[in-house]
Ligand binder design. Structure first.
Ligand code: AMP
Length: 289
């Protein structure tokens, strides 16, 4: 595995590979890697000749400085894990490389309601920061394919929107959420859970499954309220549990839309967990691998 810290060195290496006709797949991450990230790597390897992984804890997407400061950083372990899993290129840029002072990196794209609901409501500005970093990384790496996780439903939906609106020459592929055996979605933040909170954490997955099972039997409103209450009783502080249209991300009141998902965010102690599930899939949803 080759590791680069500067844009110039990375691009020089990738240009050589591109001139040999190799296809480039890209997996952006913030590090503290786990099997969920590795499933993106494996998907990338299936579709592309070269797998590029970036690790960059992007300050512009954090609206809470405590979260940014305590975000786990273990670059040595990460690099070992990626090398063991056959990654070709690791990009480990500094903030200066991603956001040079003389470069305008803000993306001027109105996300409308996509960024005001769910995560957007509780993390104002978060998705502008996500869009900014992903666009900048795409400009640097210029991959053929981009791999993101279903774990962050609103994130991949917004990046898909950005790719379409700006007509970026990259194909997005979304990889299913990788879970622990008890159903907890893998996340870098899980390592900060106390043993007690780790024990209750799988309740989130149980609630999502309950919503899926009961989509036709109960009203949307009932399902949302039931799940919020169930999480609260278990010891979480839920922020939202929303059932929504998978394309527009707008909340729904009846289960008539073709593409329906549920998403939730809940605090377990001082760790904020998010998860989601597709409750109803449309035909021809070809983003997922
Ligand atoms: P992060 O390092 O948390 O920014 O995540 C980097 C990428 O990995 C994002 O596209 C996430 O959606 C994806 N990801 C994180 N956790 C999981 C998971 N448990 N299963 C699948 N993909 C994941």
């Amino acid at each position: 595995m080759k590791t680069f810290q500067t844009v110039a060195e990375l691009q020089n290496h990738l240009d050589q590979l591109k001139s040999q006709g190799k296809s480039i797949g890209f997996v952006p991450t913030m590090g503290a890697l786990h099997s969920g990230h590795i499933s993106l790597v494996k998907a990338c390897q299936r579709y592309c000749d070269i797998t590029v992984v970036s690790i960059f804890v992007n300050p512009t997407q954090f609206n809470n400085s405590h979260d940014l400061e305590t975000y786990p950083r273990i670059p040595k372990e990460d690099a070992e894990l990626l090398a063991q899993n056959g990654v070709d290129v690791l990009f480990l840029p500094s903030e200066q490389e991603i956001y040079p002072k003389d470069l305008e990196t803000v993306v001027n794209l109105d996300l409308g309601n996509l960024e005001t609901v769910m995560e957007g409501e509780f993390r104002p500005g978060h998705f502008q920061g996500v869009m900014q970093v992903v666009k900048r990384l795409l400009d640097i790496v210029r991959p053929d394919q981009l791999f993101m996780g279903q774990k962050d439903f609103q994130q991949f939906t917004i990046i898909h929107f950005m790719i379409e609106k700006l007509q970026l020459p990259v194909k997005l592929r979304v990889v299913k959420t990788k879970r622990e055996e008890d159903g907890l979605a893998m996340s870098s933040r899980n390592r900060r859970l106390t043993p007690e909170n780790r024990k209750i954490a799988p309740e989130i997955y149980k609630c999502l499954k309950y919503a899926k099972r009961n989509l036709k039997q109960k009203s949307i409103h009932e399902l949302e309220n039931y799940c919020i209450e169930r999480l609260r009783k278990k010891g979480f502080e839920p922020e939202y549990f929303t059932i929504f249209d998978g394309n527009t991300l707008m909340p729904i009141t009846t289960p008539n839309d073709a593409y329906i998902a549920a998403a939730t965010a809940a605090w377990a102690g001082d760790v904020r967990l998010i998860d989601n599930m597709i409750l109803k899939s449309p035909r021809g949803l070809n983003l997922f691998v």
